[in-house]
Write a protein that binds this ligand. Structure first.
Ligand code: NAP
Length: 259
């Protein structure tokens, strides 16, 4: 049976590199690419190298994004790299909404649509960030993020409260003034929740969050210390976690990262 991987945001940056290497490792890769013309060029280029890359024009903020990706992997999927994200300048309600739409609601939408399609030993890699380190957060916020039963609905509620605070002049007490950071804190909390919720799933799924480090992409900028392949390697490590390997963790370069 074909090994199948889905990578969101596969047209540039870390997603492109991860998708290319997974294809080189023998995966049939379905890569989301918002611009169909870019996708066609990529497909042809990879095909010329003997790699199977299937672009799928999907904007993860759209309601049907999950269904469309799931339809492309009707026979099952082994690896999901939930990578697409934005890091926008500034801090206001518009930035909060746009950031949450991609980095939280988009990531959760894709993940939930593909969960039923994951095969035995399937791996989900939620591409997170070192900014999701909770060490500098007040205890009260950390307690909310680690609360028992913090499921999708409860995380949505936390983010709705954050948004309401911003609408009223600023984030609620103790929350950082960064929509990007909050979106990745939410993704990490969801990673923990899902790993627990799926612990008895007979498919032995592994759900982890990964920080690629600060990487020279459009997002990371030219001053970042890491190359794209170094960042991609950190992500790729988690696509190879065996069925008895860790789940519900946060990793950088294959080592546990601080929550
Ligand atoms: P990037 O170069 O800016 O690429 C972002 C990717 O996400 C692009 O393919 C982009 O597609 C896609 N995307 C954005 N909005 C989308 C939407 N609504 N629907 C579908 N795709 C969308 O970023 P990167 O540096 O490769 O980052 C990749 C991941 O690593 C992200 O999750 C980021 O948070 C994380 N990360 C990066 C760094 C860093 O230093 N670079 C550090 C920590 C974590 P378009 O081209 O169509 O916009």
């Amino acid at each position: 049976m074909d090994k199948v991987a889905v990578v969101t945001g596969a047209n540039r940056g870390l997603g492109r590199e991860v998708a290319r290497i997974l294809a080189m490792r023998g995966y049939r890769v379905i890569g989301t690419v918002r611009d169909p013309a870019t996708g066609d060029v990529m497909r042809e280029r990879y095909a010329a190298e003997g790699l199977r890359f299937e672009p799928l024009a999907v904007d993860v903020t759209k309601d049907d994004a999950g269904e469309r990706i799931a339809a492309a992997v009707a026979d099952g999927v082994d690896v999901l790299v939930n990578n697409a994200a934005v890091a926008l300048e500034g801090f206001d309600l518009g930035v909060v909404d746009k950031t949450f739409a991609v980095n939280w609601y988009g990531a959760a939408r894709v993940l939930e649509a593909l969960l039923p399609r994951l095969r035995d030993g399937g791996r989900v890699v939620n591409v997170s960030s070192g900014v999701a380190d909770e060490a500098t957060l007040p205890d009260a916020i950390r307690e909310q993020l680690w609360a028992d039963g913090l499921d999708r609905a409860a995380i949505d509620q936390l983010l709705a409260r954050f948004r309401a605070g911003v609408a009223n002049g600023g984030p609620p007490d103790g929350w950082p003034r960064s929509a990007y950071r909050v979106s990745k804190l939410a993704l990490n909390a969801y990673t923990r929740h899902l790993a627990k919720a799926l612990a008895d799933d007979p498919r032995r799924l592994r759900v982890n969050a990964v920080c690629p480090g600060w990487v020279r992409t459009d997002m990371g900028g030219p001053a970042a210390p890491r190359s794209v392949d170094e960042g991609a390697e950190s992500i790729l490590w988690a696509t190879e976690i065996p069925p008895d390997g860790p789940s519900g963790g946060f990793f950088r370069d294959g080592e546990p990262a601080a929550w």
